[in-house]
Design a protein around this ligand. Structure first.
Ligand code: B12
Ligand code: SF4
Ligand code: SF4
Length: 381
């Protein structure tokens, strides 16, 4: 049943409390989405643009309507946390001997940081009546259209929320409540004729304005996708080993952004040299990325990404690093090591192919060996 708001849980008090907890922007929306959001989600899923992210399809009804997810919900408090980088993220994509880790994954896991704060806010709110639930990223909630409705920003042509104050760099979180709170005015679209983000995508993942084919997005490929990566896409990924920021980084609204003041979101120390990353075994990977979003892929998928970056480095000095992974316990890693070696030192790969191909037990890793020409004259010069 809906509850009426009474002091001290006014919007001003909620905003003040959320700000004191470290959120940089706060807005209010009804617990409802424009019909378009559900229709767009259905079209996205019908066209298979979500790839293997079956979890997006599984609870689409709840995603498209907050009241299906939680019938008591009346209002949504949307919060944003600024994770603005101190350095242009594109600079990292121009250092081929290093792996570029996207800005959101360089610090502590934002899920933990935001959820902890939202839970504190929720306890405070619930203490004087009204039920509450909090969500960050992983629940079936469409956070971007809700944030747009709450006035935090608008969904730019790259589909992410853009803020006039923080540019592309806001993490989003949602607090659903049974309280009736006056919604804020939605933010208008300020993209105009700009299309910088659409043109910046290294893999051509945008079908149109605000329509993304996630299967081509480097963020999906490096984080969500489990197996080997399409041969045609590998060269386009450059040195991006975890996520991608290109479409976010080129947005002109970033000129108003400021580096985050939250220590948890600042880059953690640790080498990003590809040679060092490629040397991580399971235990070293866990130690290096404990508490970071990057731990999500696990060592083998991360190593797949590192080997693709090595293959794209055009640095023959890294060929021995790829060769050292040819006998890795993970077939996925072995497969990408073959690809990387063949890109950097085709002759060496050709010499090793007969022995390895005949003993390789994994079909996908063997298929990578099979791509190496059998005749030396067919080798690239
Ligand atoms: C699935 C997902 C992904 C997938 C799919 C991306 C996507 N755009 O959907 C992948 C793995 C590729 C991904 C990548 C990234 N993600 Co992500 N992701 C999500 C997640 C879990 C769900 C998003 C979703 O519902 N997608 C479904 C599709 C249908 O939604 P959509 O693209 O927004 O589609 C809308 C538009 O098409 C839109 N639309 C709006 N106006 C108009 C107008 C017209 C004319 C049309 C045609 C359509 C249209 O309608 C649809 C619904 O509103 C959210 C968290 C959450 N629970 O919301 C985080 C989230 C969106 N991701 C986030 C981030 C940070 C990223 C990355 C930047 C990470 C990185 N650096 O690598 C990249 C950015 C890639 C990109 N350009 O989108 C943040 C974004 C914060 C923000 N400021 O917007 C979120 C909100 C997580 C969080 N809590 O902070 N992500
Ligand atoms: S995150 Fe990178 S790959 Fe994905 S849509 Fe944006 S620019 Fe393209
Ligand atoms: S880069 Fe341009 S088109 Fe893309 S979100 Fe920013 S303002 Fe909009």
């Amino acid at each position: 049943m809906a509850t009426s708001i009474s002091e001290p849980r006014s919007k001003a008090a909620i905003r003040e409390r959320a700000t004191a907890l470290g959120f940089d922007t706060v807005g209010f929306a009804r617990a409802a989405l424009p019909e378009r959001a559900g229709a767009d989600l259905a079209a996205f899923l019908d066209q298979g643009l979500h790839g293997t992210m079956d979890w997006l399809a599984r609870r689409a009804g709840e995603r498209a309507d907050p009241r299906v997810l939680w019938p008591d919900a009346r209002s949504v408090v949307m919060v944003g946390a600024n994770y603005g980088p101190a350095e242009d993220p594109l600079a990292a994509t121009r250092r081929p001997r290093q792996g570029a880790v996207s800005v959101y994954a360089q610090g502590r896991d934002y899920h933990d940081v935001l959820k902890g704060r939202l839970k504190t806010l929720a306890r405070w709110l619930a203490a004087s009546g009204g039920a509450v639930k909090v969500f960050v990223d992983t629940a079936p909630v469409m956070e971007k259209p809700l944030a747009e409705a709450a006035g935090l920003g608008w969904q730019g042509k790259h589909t992410n929320l853009v803020s006039r104050r923080f540019g592309s760099w806001l993490f989003l979180g949602a607090l659903f409540t049974s309280l009736e709170l006056e919604p804020d005015a939605p933010e208008a679209d300020h993209c105009g004729t700009c299309r910088a983000c659409l043109d910046a995508c290294p893999t051509g993942a945008f079908l149109d304005e605000r329509r993304i084919d996630a299967r081509r997005c480097v963020s999906y490929l490096t984080i969500e996708h489990k197996g080997t990566i399409d041969r045609a896409l590998r060269p386009l990924m450059g040195n991006r080993v975890y996520g991608c920021d290109d479409c976010l980084a080129v947005c002109p609204w970033n000129k108003y952004a400021t580096p985050t003041s939250e220590p948890a979101f600042r880059p953690r120390p640790g080498s990003t040299e590809l040679a060092d990353l490629a040397a991580l075994d399971d235990a070293a990977f866990r130690a290096r990325f404990a508490g970071s979003p990057a731990k999500r892929t696990g060592r083998d998928r991360f190593m797949r990404n590192v080997l693709i970056a090595i293959g794209n480095s055009a640095d023959a000095g890294l060929a021995s690093v790829a060769e050292a992974r040819l006998d890795d316990p993970s077939p996925l890693v072995r497969a990408m090591a073959v690809w990387a070696l063949a890109r950097l030192a085709p002759e060496r790969a050709w010499h090793l192919a007969p022995a390895h191909a005949s003993t390789e037990s994994d079909a996908e890793a063997r298929a990578e060996w099979d791509h190496i020409p059998t005749s030396q004259s067919a080798m690239p010069k």
